[in-house]
Design a protein around this ligand. Structure first.
Ligand code: 5GP
Ligand code: ZN
Length: 140
């Protein structure tokens, strides 16, 4: 996609700090790191988000995560990672090219991550399960 910033990174039109590359994937440092070593893992082919990705592409991307995670932990001294994938603007997705964030974490860092959890009233969890199961039957 000609106007996609991550496609431009893949093609070399925009520089990046590359940490890992395969035939299908690229990992590079986020330009606005939430912590040192914050890395983005992307497919080289343009896919808007996880809902548009094939299972094969997700598998190809996911295959890189364990090794990349160990490397980031080892290099940064972090003791944990948040692995985050934003899908759609309402989730916070700004760059519309599928990407996975790997965010190094340390005990007591100031990033935070505990979102406000809700709860289901009686019967609502079962009703939601039924809706998701029904939707699965109509979703390729
Ligand atoms: P999103 O909010 O879409 O999940 O995350 C997009 C991420 O891409 C942000 O964390 C942002 O800092 C990063 N980003 C945006 N533009 C560039 C860029 O040109 N280079 C790099 N390395 N990261 C970028
Ligand atoms: Zn793209």
């Amino acid at each position: 996609m000609s106007d996609c910033i991550f496609c431009k990174i893949v093609s070399g039109q925009i520089p990046c700090t590359r940490v890992h590359e395969t035939a299908d994937c690229l990992a590079f440092l986020d330009i606005g790191p939430l912590a040192p070593g914050h890395t983005l893992l992307i497919p080289k082919s343009h896919v808007r988000d996880i809902t548009e990705a094939s299972p094969e592409l997700v598998a190809t991307l996911s295959r890189e995560i364990p090794t990349l995670s160990r490397a980031i932990l080892g290099a940064t001294g972090a003791t944990g990672l948040n692995i985050l994938q934003n899908t759609g603007p309402s989730s916070g997705q700004v760059v519309m090219h599928l990407h996975i964030h790997l965010i190094p974490r340390l005990e007591g860092d100031s990033l935070g991550f505990r979102w406000n959890a809700g709860s289901y009233a009686a019967g609502q969890a079962d009703a939601m399960r039924d809706r998701i199961i029904a939707a699965l039957q109509h979703t390729a």
